[in-house]
Write a protein that binds this ligand. Sequence first.
Ligand code: GDP
Ligand code: IMO
Ligand code: MG
Length: 427
Amino acid sequence: MPALVLLGAQWGDEGKGKATDLLGGSVDYVVRYQGGNNAGHTVVVGDQKYALHLLPSGILSPGCTPVIGNGVVVDPSVLFSELSGLNERGVDTSKLLISGNAHIITPYNVTVDKVTERFLGKRKIGTTGRGIGPTYADKINRVGIRVQDLYDESILTQKVEAALDAKNQMLTKLYNRRAIAVEQVVEELLGYADKLAPYVTDTVLVLNQALEQDKVVLFEGGQGTLLDIDHGTYPFVTSSNPTAGGACTGAGVGPTKITRVIGILKAYTTRVGAGPFPTELFDEDGEALRRIGGERGVTTGRDRRCGWFDAVIARYATRVNGLTDFFLTKLDVLTGWEQIPVCVAYEIDGKRVEELPYSQTDFHHAKPVYEMLPGWSEDITGAKSFSDLPKNAQAYVKALEEMSGAPISAIGVGPGREETIQINSFL
Ligand code: GDP
Ligand code: IMO
Ligand code: MG
C-alpha cells in the first residue's frame, strides 16, 4: 500500500507539478488534499506546457485517477474552465473524482478576499485573490458550503443565508460595498450541480480501498511548508496545511498508511507575496536568478522574490514533515556562478541560531550566515546520472543533503520530464 506525499519544502513553486508528473506514470491515484486554485503547477511534456491550478497534475497521466480531496477548496467556475481547457488539448479528464465534503469557493468568498486585502493596505498578505482564506474561514466557522450541499436546494439556501448574513453587514457597513443577494448565489451554485455530479463521490472510501488493494496513491501538496497555516511564517501564509499531516486530514487517510514523504526543494529560494525571507536578494544576483529561473508566478503573473538556498528552512521542512527524501529542483539555474552562497544559520541580535526561531519577531530580524560553495560553468541540462554532473555541482548537492537532513533522491536539471537525475527510486 504505497502512499506517498509530495509537498513543497519552501514557500511554494518548488517544482511540485513536474515531480508529480514524473511519478504519474507509475501511480494509480494523484490526490490534491488542500488549497485550491491559488496553486500553479507547471508540467512540461515534450513541447507542451500545462499550468494546473486546481486539478491534480496526475490528470495528464492516462493511467492515473485524479482526486480532489475533502481538504481542498473548489471554485466550480475555475474547475470547469480548467477541465475544458484540457479537453480542448486532447486530455481525457473523465476519471476525475471530487469529494462531496470539499468546500466551495463562492463568489462572495472571492469578493471578501479582495476587499480585505485592499483594506489591509501596507499590511496586506499579498494573497492570490482567489477566495482561499475566506472559504477556509467559513469552513472553520461552520458556515461553509460543501459540494454535497448543491444537491439539496433548501439546505443550500439556508446555508448561503447564514453565510451572507454577517458578510453583507460587513461589506455594506465596513467596506462600503453592495450587499450580495442570496438568490443570485444559490442560482449560480445550483447551475453547477448537474455538471459536477458525475465526479462527486466518497473519495475517502475510494482511497482507503485502493490502498487496501495495494494501489499506489500519491498526495500532491499545493503551496509549501513555510506557507502552512500552523508551521509557516504566520500570518504571511496560506489558510491550509500543505505539510504532511494535511494529507491525512485532507484526504481521510490515516498517518499509518503514509509510506514516504518527499520534499520538493529548489536549489535556491523563491517566495511570492509578503512576509519574511532572510536570504532574499535585491541585487543583480537576485535579478539573474529570476531571469534564468523564469521566476514569475503561474497563477498571478507576479515576479517571484528570489534568494540563495536556506538550509535552516530545509532542515525545518525535514522535521515538520518527517521527510524521507528530497527532490532537488532547478540545479541547472545555478550554472555559471563562480561561487554560490548557502545560508547555513542565522544571526539574530548578535547570536548564531541554527534552527528556525519560533518567534515571529526573531525571524523578522534573522540575518543569513553564508558559507560559500564553489560553482560550475558546464551545461548540466543533459546530465542523466549523478556522475555526469561536474564535481562542484556534485559537491553542492552533497553539501545541501548534509545540511538538510534527508537524502536527495532526485535532481531536476531542466523543466522537462526527462531532465531529471534519479538517484533513489521513490517507489
Ligand atoms: P510548483 O508550483 O511547485 O508546481 O512549481 P511552479 O510550476 O510554480 O514553478 C516551477 C517552475 O520551474 C516551472 O516553470 C517548472 O517548469 C520549472 N522547473 C521545474 N523543475 C525544474 C528544473 O529542474 N529546472 C528548471 N530549469 N526548471 C524547472
Ligand atoms: P504552488 O502550489 C507560491 C502565497 C500567496 C500569498 C499567500 C496567501 O504553486 O506552490 P492565498 O491566496 O493562498 O491566501 O495567499 O500564499 N501562495 C503561494 N505562493 N506558490 C503557491 O502555490 C501559492 N499559493 C499561495 O502569494 O503570499
Ligand atoms: Mg506554483
